[in-house]
Write a protein that binds this ligand. Structure first.
Ligand SMILES: Nc1nc2c(ncn2[C@@H]2O[C@H](COP(=O)(O)OP(=O)(O)OP(=O)(O)O)[C@@H](O)[C@H]2O)c(=O)[nH]1
Ligand SMILES: [Mg+2]
Ligand SMILES: [Zn+2]
Length: 360
């Protein structure tokens, strides 16, 4: 591949003049450019003009990084060197980020965790059935605007609500003063998918954000035209577990770049349990009236929350939404064992990629 072809291919992966102006000229000839396509606890995949391969951080880069924010994240442009005939890469640095998505690390004030970098538009995905929540939507909008990213709201599962219910949701969003573009679709029937496709431009990068189970990965699979990525429907994971376990960049045939993220990431912006009780303050207050201090509100005697639902003072759907998020928060907090499981899964994933590379 000559220099010209390499440049064209990198542009297809989202590289542009903005980044070109920020490449350290002294590295020309010795270093190459590649885009980070997946990250999971110290293991990296990158994509370059020839395809996808695994990468490691240079020791000096890791050592010099002041915090995790300085380390590569999905979507970053990295300066790399290749070894073993181009099958192994070492990342020496990342270019400045044009835009970014980051969340506050749980439990700390000033620490941030990167979600993705160099995103042109963020798709904030909520299901119009059951998951929809204005407060959460607002958090995502703040997150996008802080990162200088245009937000687009995607309402999924329109097949599960009536047109009137959908209309009500859209009205509620507009009444809250949210002016971002809204697109409603169903992965099940395909309604709205063509409109969604029209939003995607070749060489542009999009990130899907939203709670677990809203259909982010299903949407990507619909665009790919095959079950390329595991969803809750295909992975047979139980309720409350996350079908997607890592952030990953996917290149569509038509040329757009999509980053899938696991739903649990939203817990960071909500601040898990505490913030939940904050946004569902009335439920938290009600629970103080339960007979048992550790009441799960699942049929215990003297449960004030159940009584409020039965008495019509607390909306059953609102409570269901709270219970679901609470479960997710707890899941997030007990995630040590889960994390280990995921590490193993990622190890397997890396092995498959390596095998694929050897075949080429
Ligand atoms: N009825 C209906 N079901 C859908 C739709 N989109 C997705 N689903 C189902 O919703 C479930 C969750 O979908 P996923 O794509 O795994 O959700 P996700 O947002 O990727 O979830 P995480 O990876 O856990 O963050 C699956 O069982 C899908 O089949 C839709 O538009 N309508
Ligand atoms: Mg997913
Ligand atoms: Zn109770």
């Amino acid at each position: 591949m000559n220099e010209q072809e390499t440049r064209i291919r990198l542009h297809e992966l989202g590289f542009d003049d903005w980044f070109a102006a920020r490449v350290d000229g002294t590295l020309a000839g010795t270093h190459s450019l590649a885009r980070v396509s997946a990250v999971d606890r110290g293991a990296y995949l990158i994509v370059n003009e020839a395809g996808e391969l695994t990468a490691e951080l240079a020791g000096k880069f890791r050592f010099d990084a002041g915090s995790s924010v300085d380390l590569p994240c999905v979507g970053d442009w990295a300066t790399v060197q290749y070894h073993n005939a181009g099958t192994m890469a070492v990342i020496h640095g990342v270019l400045p980020r044009k835009t970014f998505l980051r969340r506050k690390s749980a439990g700390r004030d000033v620490d941030f965790q990167m979600i993705a970098a160099n995103i042109d538009a963020a798709f904030i995905v909520q299901s119009c059935h059951y998951d929809f929540n204005l407060h959460r939507l607002d958090r995502y909008l703040v997150m996008a605007s802080e990162g200088h990213i245009e937000p687009v709201l995607i309402l999924t599962k329109t097949d599960l609500v009536t047109p009137e219910e959908l209309e009500k949701t859209v009205t509620a969003i507009r009444r809250a003063g949210i002016t971002a573009r809204i697109l409603a679709l169903s992965n099940a029937t395909g309604a709205g998918l063509d409109d969604f496709r029209r939003l995607l431009a070749p060489g542009r990068t999009y990130c899907l954000l939203g709670s677990s189970g809203v259909g982010k990965t299903t949407l990507i699979n619909r665009l790919l035209g095959r079950e390329a990525l595991a969803t809750r429907a295909t992975s047979h994971t139980g309720e409350g577990t996350h079908a997607t376990s890592r952030r990953q960049l996917i290149v569509l045939e038509q040329g757009a770049l999509l980053i899938d993220t696991p739903g649990m990431r939203e817990l960071g912006i909500l601040g898990a349990g505490a913030a939940l009780d904050d946004s569902f303050a009335e439920i938290h207050d009600l629970s103080r009236g339960c007979r048992y201090s550790d009441c799960r509100h699942s049929g215990e005697p003297g449960c004030a929350v159940r009584a409020a639902i039965e008495g019509g003072e607390l909306d059953a759907d609102r409570y269901a939404n709270y219970a679901k998020l609470k479960k997710e928060a707890e899941h997030h907090e007990m995630s040590f064992v889960e994390k280990r499981k995921k590490d193993k899964a990622f190890g397997k994933f890396i092995k498959t990629v390596k095998k694929e590379m050897r075949k080429k």
